[in-house]
Write a protein that binds this ligand. Sequence first.
Ligand SMILES: Nc1ncnc2c1ncn2[C@@H]1O[C@H](COP(=O)(O)OP(=O)(O)OP(=O)(O)O)[C@@H](O)[C@H]1O
Ligand SMILES: [Mg+2]
Length: 232
Amino acid sequence: MDTPRPIIKTIDLWKRYNTDEESFALRGANLEVYPGEILTIFGKSGSGKTTLLNLIAGLDRPTQGKIEIEGNDMEAMGEKVRTELRRKRIGFVFQFFNLLPTLTALENVLFSLELIGKPDKDSALEALSSVGLKGKENRFPFQLSGGEQQRVAIARAIVKKPSIILADEPTGNLDTATGEHVLNLLVSQCKRYGATLIMVSHAMNTCRFATRIINMVDGILVEDRSTGDCEV
Ligand SMILES: Nc1ncnc2c1ncn2[C@@H]1O[C@H](COP(=O)(O)OP(=O)(O)OP(=O)(O)O)[C@@H](O)[C@H]1O
Ligand SMILES: [Mg+2]
């Protein structure tokens, strides 16, 4: 039987934002994620979680090290190919939702399909409906609650049916009950489409949904624990 191949692999990843600084945000982060995993990377503020996600998404470049997405070396491909890979294969859910304020919920979701040349309104409507926003498609972000905005962001990420979803503190700006609801939706949508999910968080609530938990400490991924050990 073939050994399963990681869908995401980082090899000795280092990141320093300013060359005149001594400190590194990442200090040799090694990670292997397999298809269908729901991974929580858990760590204190400033430990390098956002930096790691941004590098995996190709939003920023490492100072040193290698990232492979579906076996493709992110450094070896040019900027254009990297952008295309990100748009097609990766959905990103941000802590502050990052919806376009001048577009309605529907237009925000549709926009992510337009970027990959597939502006299918029915798919966008279906995605919004699947996160419980039927009837609110034409509202602008400012007319939606925080939880609703994050659900639009989830719809926008899943509508492309990407193989990877990266979520940076997906509940960081939501109250506990809304956060639970949003997490449930995010995880169930990923399972529905067979997407691999990486959530980074400093909140324990994301651990409950994870098939694997990794700790990030000072730019290094240190510990792997089974879900059973995670106390909420
Ligand atoms: N654009 C930047 N320029 C310079 N330093 C940065 C930049 N972004 C992050 N850093 C630094 O890199 C380190 C890791 O930051 P990062 O945002 O990855 O942490 P984090 O784990 O996501 O924290 P939080 O839980 O607060 O979101 C921190 O020391 C931070 O100050
Ligand atoms: Mg962060």
